[in-house]
Design a protein around this ligand. Structure first.
Ligand code: GLU
Length: 326
């Protein structure tokens, strides 16, 4: 029996794509339902909720942007994509002995599941899982050295030395992140945190406080669309097995207990953060970042989610089907 040709997700003409991005930015600028800015981290509560930005970095081509794409925002949980990449590249599959890779179906900071599952977090994108990854990374060095290593890694991935940590946001979370302290302490009691709990927490609070613009974030995520290529630098190439695994975990776990909804509506690997950013990957085609600080009840940006949905509709970008398939 003859086999049909594999379906390819095609790229799109830059002029056409720019028009789509401009239209989306216009719609979002006029939107009245914008969600609520996160206020459980006091420093984030001050961010103006009238902002929206979007950037697309194609695998082969220049970045296209619209709206407030050059304003830096707190990437928060999106940084977990980059710490997971660093940990996977350094320690390989051994990390899966200490953290799972199943969707949690629970809010990002839930404690209940962790107790039932003896201190092994469901996946590296819930807070507990990211704290375990921070514990792996901090082993054998100081928290400060580990934070610098992560920051340097993000700069390399984005090919941008202008990326920094917002120290006020880090301090704000250090002062108020009691749930994260509880998660880390519980995991330490279960033997799944090895360093004194303050060390992985210090690393975690600082990497969540990395600030990037949509343009920088989309550039940083480009390796996930480009089969591990880091801006043509062979020494920094990320392995394809790592890329495939991270895209899979983003698809299944990238939006906490709303991951199914994002897969359903958008159909791309993605990761959200409570700073209002979303990183999305079109494998083989482009890396996308959208940002607007107002969140829905599940902690994802209302307008960035909407923008991804509109972009996926307009371009046909989805890992579940190609343009022209109806
Ligand atoms: N730093 C945040 C926290 O631990 C990250 C949450 C998020 O972006 O989803 O609460």
């Amino acid at each position: 029996m003859a086999r049909s040709a594999p379906v390819m997700i095609s790229s799109i003409d830059p002029i056409e794509l720019q028009a789509i991005l401009d239209r989306i930015a216009g719609t979002m600028a006029a939107a009245t339902e914008r969600g609520r800015v996160a206020d459980y981290i006091p420093e984030l509560a001050d961010v103006a909720n009238d902002r929206f930005g979007i950037a697309v970095v194609p695998v082969n081509g220049e970045a296209l942007v619209a709206g407030n794409a050059d304003i830096a925002f707190s990437v928060q949980s999106i940084s977990k994509v980059f710490t997971l990449t660093l940990a996977l590249e350094k320690f390989g599959g051994a990390i899966w002995e200490r953290v799972g890779r199943e969707p949690s179906g629970d809010p990002f900071n839930s404690i209940v599941q962790l107790e039932l599952e003896h201190g092994v977090p469901r996946n590296p994108f819930i807070n507990a899982g990211a704290i375990v990854i921070a514990d792996l990374l901090v082993d054998g060095q100081t928290p400060h050295e580990t934070v610098q290593e992560i920051l340097t890694y993000c700069r390399q991935l984005a090919n941008d030395e202008g990326i920094n940590i917002d120290q006020d946001v880090a301090r704000s979370e250090e002062r108020t992140g009691f749930r994260n302290v509880a998660l880390a302490s519980f995991m330490r009691a279960e033997g799944n945190i090895r360093a004194p709990v303050g060390h992985p927490l210090d690393v975690y609070f600082h990497h969540c406080a990395i600030a990037m613009s949509c343009r920088q974030l989309a550039a940083a995520g480009r390796y996930l669309a480009a089969a591990g290529d880091v801006h043509g630098d062979d020494a920094r190439r990320v392995s394809m097995s790592c890329v495939r695994r991270i895209n899979a975990v983003m698809m299944t776990c990238g939006h906490y207990d709303a991951s199914g909804e994002f897969a359903f509506r958008v159909g791309l690997p993605g990761k959200s953060g409570v700073g209002g950013g979303i990183l999305g990957i079109v494998p083989g085609v482009a890396s996308i970042a959208a940002w607007s600080p107002g969140l829905n009840a599940k902690g994802s940006s209302v307008l960035a989610s909407r923008a991804f949905e509109e972009l996926a509709k307009a371009t046909g970008w989805s890992v579940f089907g190609a343009p022209g398939q109806g």
